[in-house]
Design a protein around this ligand. Structure first.
Ligand code: AOF
Ligand code: ZN
Length: 369
């Protein structure tokens, strides 16, 4: 009947506006840490009057941005927001208060903020002011987009994304660790975008010594989005002449070493503009990864991309510290003397594991993701 039809239409409209808010929020991914990347849309009489997203460095938050753009039009309007508006006095006053002051009539929030300073109090504050609050629309999508914030708050570690580009014969590099192009340009561009959407990129010292990578983000217009580069380097061996150390003053470089590594090495790196993070030594195979992740979360990292090499990838998988895997399959074989994707672990540790399920799949020219 007519009533049910109307209800359906307004539910569809709610979903459309929330999906827009989610898309806006994703614009901030990789640049808002330590804060989440939140999107907000303000709608009055079916018309969008304001859009906003969390700004670089995490402030202003998403809602005040949208409110600023809506101006007086926010009075009596609906706010769609991908995370519960905050209720705490941090570096800025609570967004919930700004929403109330602007005269918003209804708030549709995708998900509650797990931050103990907020945790439902934002919604309670809005309701106490007489605002109608609906929570849970597109909650699954929001939880995925805010996975970094949730992990950091709940588990005191970043959301870990492992990227692997594997040849049909299961290799990620040529003999002797020589770099070899596994995927084509389209897939490589997608990887650069993924870097831009990450707060930090991590590699092992082996990759630095073999490839001398720069690990910046080379996409047109996105140079400023280069994430923090993190190197696992137990004994602080990274060469001063490497491209990573050479660019440490332009793009942050954090070198994670053992507490037992020589002080002189740390001093040398500090003088070159890198930051040295020390964690307790792990077992024979290197640093304690849980301690590394804890330290990175402590410094504000919410989304960490792990890029190589095979030993680092294998240790993260073995420690069960990977949340998301981007597994690219290239088209050309490398040869039996190449480097196995996961060092001593078989790739089936990922592809046959009950712990992972396929989320999405895509084609990039001759390569598949
Ligand atoms: C929102 N919208 O856009 C963001 C939120 O240090 P502060 O004062 O900036 O507060 C950071 C906390 O605020 C952060 O941990 C999260 O709980 C919330 N972030 N909330 O409603 C936003 N960035
Ligand atoms: Zn806020």
């Amino acid at each position: 009947d007519q009533f049910a039809q109307k209800a359906r239409e307004s539910r569809d409209a709610d979903r459309r506006f929330m999906e827009l808010a989610l898309a806006l929020g994703r614009r901030g991914q990789g640049s808002t840490w330590p804060n989440p990347a939140v999107g907000a849309v303000i709608v009055k009489d079916g018309v969008i009057v304001g859009r906003g997203w969390t700004q670089p460095g995490g402030r202003p938050h998403g809602e005040p941005e949208a409110l600023r753009r809506a101006g007086e039009a926010a009075r009596g309007a609906t706010l769609y927001v991908t995370l519960e508006p905050c209720s705490h006095f941090g570096k800025s006053p609570p967004c919930a208060d700004a929403v109330i002051a602007a005269g918003i009539k209804r708030v549709v929030a995708a998900i509650e903020d797990p931050n103990p300073e907020v945790a439902g109090q934002g919604h309670a504050r809005l309701r106490a002011a007489g605002i109608m609050v609906d929570v849970g629309l597109c909650a699954r999508e929001a939880a995925f987009d805010h996975a970094g914030h949730f992990r950091r708050i709940r588990d005191r570690r970043p959301h870990v994304i492992l990227k692997l580009a594997v040849s049909p014969d299961g290799k990620i590099g040529a003999a002797g660790g020589k770099p070899v192009a596994i995927t084509g340009e389209a897939a490589r561009n997608r990887v650069h975008l993924l870097r831009a959407q990450s707060d930090a990129i991590l590699v092992g010292i082996g990759t630095v010594l073999a490839d001398d990578p720069q690990l910046d983000c080379r996409l047109p217009g996105m140079a400023v989005r280069s994430p923090v580069r993190v190197v696992l380097d137990q004994n602080l061996r990274i060469p001063g002449a490497s491209r990573l150390v050479g660019s440490a003053r332009e793009i942050p470089l954090w070198v994670v070493g053992s507490e037992l590594a020589e002080a002189a090495a740390a001093t040398r790196l500090g003088a070159a503009g890198a930051q040295v993070i020390r964690v307790p030594p792990g077992n024979a195979s290197g640093l304690d990864l849980a301690a590394v992740l804890h330290a990175l979360a402590g410094k504000g990292i919410t989304r960490l991309m792990v890029e190589g090499g095979s030993r680092v990838a294998a240790s993260f998988i073995a420690a069960d510290l990977v949340d998301e895997i981007w597994l690219f399959h290239g088209a050309e074989a490398v040869g039996a003397d190449g480097v196995d994707a996961l060092a001593a672990l078989p790739l089936s540790k990922i592809t046959q594991s009950q712990a992972y399920k396929v989320h999405a799949s895509e084609t990039f020219d001759q390569d598949t993701l």
